[in-house]
Write a protein of this length. Structure first.
Length: 436
């Protein structure tokens, strides 16, 4: 076989080029600090690295969703905290207004302050987040949750849908709360109507214990059969007893209230019986009472001044819900009206504070839900950070480069290149290369 110059130079160039490629390859790995620069370096390891990278990319997308969820929930939490503070202030002012030492001017001043607070609360109910979306309007976030009608009452105009954030592959959480539930569907105080249907007596009726009445209505009120919500209270003398001889009893023809009161006072302090029956005539409650003193039945109080033998029809009124601001405004209207009676004002105070308490209970529930969701998001954020770190470590381990071994290999490759170059230099000086 004839060895030509071209063959010698070609083989030498090829060897030197391969040595250079190996040096560049190891230098690239050292620069990138990885053992896998391309899939062919380690097909299995490369696929694992891509898998871990994909997992981290997905987790980062969930991180963005969690940031959005946290932002929305934080806005709602701040709004509800402020709303609760305003309701506290309004209730305190209502209590101040109840003091008998207040003049009408004092009451008007307090009512004006409460009215300003009401406007601030209305603004909170239409709170927006950073992108201008109404946070309590449901899914229709571009329209106000509440509107003020021409009659001065607030009306719910949003919807009850909820927006959700997907914070993991199998978990999504609500990031909105319904303003209808929080502020609109607030129970007003449950109450009743009472009417004298028999007997010549004067009656004073009111709610003695709202909690007892609420419990009774929750158990007994029938929305589908109104006739079952009727009761009757009857009074009578103890068995075998009756009016003493000579006691003047009010006649049906008496029309003068002062005269009636004089007559009624003749019976005050005497013992008597009462019984309460339902619409079917079944006895619900019975007992004794002192004439002129309250008869209390399931949170309802009745004072009957006059001779026993009276009958009072009692009708439970349908429970209603309304915006808490409407209830406050209704109470303010009573307070600022100089013609209202003490009893009407007392009822207005009670209605306002009852609705405020119920609204604060709803707000408390909303804050608890938001807090639970924020805790869930924070837990997922911690899990996501830990998972991404774990994936990054695994990814690094899969393509991990042993720097000591790489440096040694680089030195060996450089030595091999130098050796190749020296060999070529010597071979090129042999006499064989000088022959024709």
């Amino acid at each position: 076989m004839r060895v030509t110059n071209n063959l010698i130079y070609g083989q030498a160039s090829k060897s030197i080029g391969q040595a250079n490629e190996k040096i560049l390859d190891i230098q690239s790995k050292i620069g990138a600090q990885t053992n896998i620069l391309k899939p062919s370096d380690d097909p299995v390891g490369a696929s694992q690295i891509l898998l871990f990278a994909g997992k981290n990319q997905t987790l980062r997308q969930y991180d963005e969703a969690m940031k959005m969820a946290t932002g929305n929930l934080d806005y709602q939490e701040v709004a509800l905290d402020s709303m609760n503070d305003f309701l506290d202030t309004a209730r305190t002012l209502f209590i101040q207004a109840q003091n008998d030492i207040n003049t009408q001017a004092d009451v008007n001043a307090i009512a004006h302050e409460i009215s300003l607070i009401t406007e601030s609360m209305a603004d909170l109910m239409n709170s927006k987040n950073a992108d201008g979306s109404y946070i309590f309007a449901g899914t229709d976030t571009q329209s106000p949750a509440f509107v003020l009608e021409s009659d001065g009452r607030y009306r719910w105009s949003g919807n009850e849908g909820q927006k959700y954030a997907q914070i993991s592959e199998d978990l999504k959480i609500p990031v909105t709360n319904s303003g209808k539930y929080l502020f609109q569907d607030i129970w007003t105080n449950r109450t009743f109507n009472a009417k004298i249907v028999d007997g010549n007596v004067l009656m004073t009726d009111k709610i003695k214990d709202q909690a007892d009445l609420d419990a009774f209505m929750a158990k007994s009120y029938d929305p589908e059969h109104p006739e079952l919500n009727k009761y009757q209270l009857r009074t009578s003398y103890p068995e075998g007893e009756g009016p003493e001889p000579g006691v003047k009893q009010p006649s049906e023809g008496d029309t003068d209230k002062a005269e009636k009161l004089d007559n009624y006072h003749l019976f005050t302090g005497l013992p008597a019986n009462y019984v309460v029956t339902n619409s079917k005539g079944e006895e619900v409650e019975s007992g004794t009472y002192t004439i002129g003193k309250p008869i209390v039945f399931s949170g309802m109080s009745f004072i009957l001044e006059g001779e026993p033998g009276a009958a009072v029809d009692i009708t439970l009124k349908k429970p209603e819900k309304d915006n808490v601001l409407n209830q406050i405004k209704d109470s303010l209207a009573v307070l600022t009206d100089v013609n209202t009676t003490y009893e009407e004002r007392e009822a207005a105070f009670f209605s306002a504070t009852y609705s405020i308490n119920n609204a604060q209970q709803r707000i408390g529930e909303g804050r608890s839900e938001i807090g639970a969701r924020l805790n869930m998001v924070r837990d997922r954020e911690d899990y996501s950070s830990a998972s991404q770190l774990s994936n990054t470590v695994a990814q690094s381990r899969e393509g991990e480069l042993d720097m000591g071994a790489a440096a040694t290999e680089l030195s060996m490759k450089e030595s091999a290149l130098n050796a190749s170059q020296k060999v070529f230099s010597r071979m090129s000086n042999l006499s064989l290369f000088n022959q024709m």
